[in-house]
Design a protein around this ligand. Structure first.
Ligand SMILES: CCC/C=C/C=C/C(=O)SCCNC(=O)CCNC(=O)[C@H](O)C(C)(C)COP(=O)(O)OP(=O)(O)OC[C@H]1O[C@@H](n2cnc3c(N)ncnc32)[C@H](O)[C@@H]1OP(=O)(O)O
Length: 305
């Protein structure tokens, strides 16, 4: 073992020594939004909370747009390595803000020309799609904590996250069909993949049947169920902290390749990770992590990415 370590260290002696000694000192960027509260409860862990509690975190135009802007900023922010997403107030989210939906659609319906009316509708759909997809586009893993109601647009959001946890009182409803809409912001694409059952996904989309926390666990919609929100948040932040302590080069490549591979063949996914790792294997993180594993010295400090 000693000779392996020696050979690793000899490869990059100065860089390893200097980065192992590095201490965390950078200030976290905590931009706030009209409808989102952002905090940094642990090193490199950003907590984003849907923050329209009196409106049950329903999606109005501001929330759709804030989500996009926030996740783009977190994607860019090297201080952020993991995101925890939850909702303030009584429910995680009661879905789209129906008042805002009616207002927007009434305005579009005033347009006479069919092509122009269709273009306006497409504009809204694309804007909402971009918002939900921003969780997936974000290079950092997104851990979602859901409590009480998670309805309509809420289910679209959580299926774009990397990992979902919920409380015992959580319930889920793909409710679009009940408002006369075929979900168009990702649930039809992502839910079957997340739970791995086209049959269950289709049943939930066609019927808008409510799913309890225990059923969500049994169908694979969530990874774990916690007794209450405080316990859940403590546990999810601990999981986030563990992920944030890993090499961000490795963690972000894992997400990039998993997202890339979900719509492609195994051969295409393998080619992608081959190219990605041909670059990432040159990172100092591998040397540092290998030394730490070989010497049983715990996780080293990795530079932000
Ligand atoms: C291009 C479009 C693509 C996107 C499509 C997305 C579709 C969807 O999201 S479909 C799902 C839409 N959401 C709903 O249908 C939920 C409706 N709400 C409820 O069923 C209940 O409110 C709920 C079970 C969530 C909670 O019940 P609770 O008793 O706890 O609270 P309430 O007293 O009912 O509600 C409190 C106030 O919030 C207002 N509110 C609730 N949901 C919505 C909503 N979706 N949009 C707008 N406002 C909502 C409710 O009216 C109360 O307001 P106030 O009377 O002023 O206190």
């Amino acid at each position: 073992m000693a000779s392996i370590i020696k050979s690793i260290v000899l490869n990059k002696p100065n860089k390893v020594a200097s980065t192992l000694l590095r201490t965390y000192s950078a200030k976290a960027d905590v931009t706030q939004y009209e409808t989102l509260a952002v905090s940094v409860p642990k090193k490199n862990v950003f907590h984003v909370e849907l923050n329209r509690p009196d409106k049950l975190n329903t999606f109005n135009d501001a929330l759709w747009d804030d989500l996009t802007t926030c996740f783009k900023a977190l994607h860019e922010n090297p201080e952020c390595r993991v995101v925890v997403l939850s909702g303030r107030g009584k429910h995680f989210s009661a879905g789209i803000d129906l008042k805002s939906l009616i207002k927007n659609f009434t305005k579009v319906n005033e347009i006479d020309d069919t092509a122009r009316k269709a273009r306006a509708y497409a504009g809204y759909i694309k804007r909402y799609q971009e918002s939900i997809s921003s969780l997936e586009v974000c290079a950092k893993p997104v851990l979602n904590l859901i409590h009480e109601g998670c309805i309509g647009a809420g289910v679209n959001v959580i299926t774009a996250a990397d990992v979902r946890y919920c409380t015992e009182d959580a319930w889920f409803q793909v409710k679009e069909v009940l408002i006369g809409v075929a979900g168009d912001t990702g649930v039809l694409q992502r839910l079957p993949k997340v739970i791995g059952s086209a049959s269950v996904a289709r049943e939930l989309c066609y019927t808008a049947r409510k799913v309890t926390a225990q059923e969500a666990l049994s169908i694979g919609l969530v990874s774990r169920v916690f007794p209450d929100k405080d316990t859940a948040l403590t546990e999810v932040l601990n999981i986030a902290e563990t992920i944030a302590s890993m090499s961000p080069v490795a963690v972000q490549a894992i997400k990039q390749n998993l997202v890339y591979s979900q719509d492609r063949t195994i051969a295409e996914g393998l080619e992608h990770i081959c190219l990605l790792n041909a670059i990432n294997h040159q990172s100092e993180d591998i040397t540092k992590a290998a030394i730490a594993q070989a010497t049983k010295t715990g996780q080293p400090d990795f530079e932000n990415l």
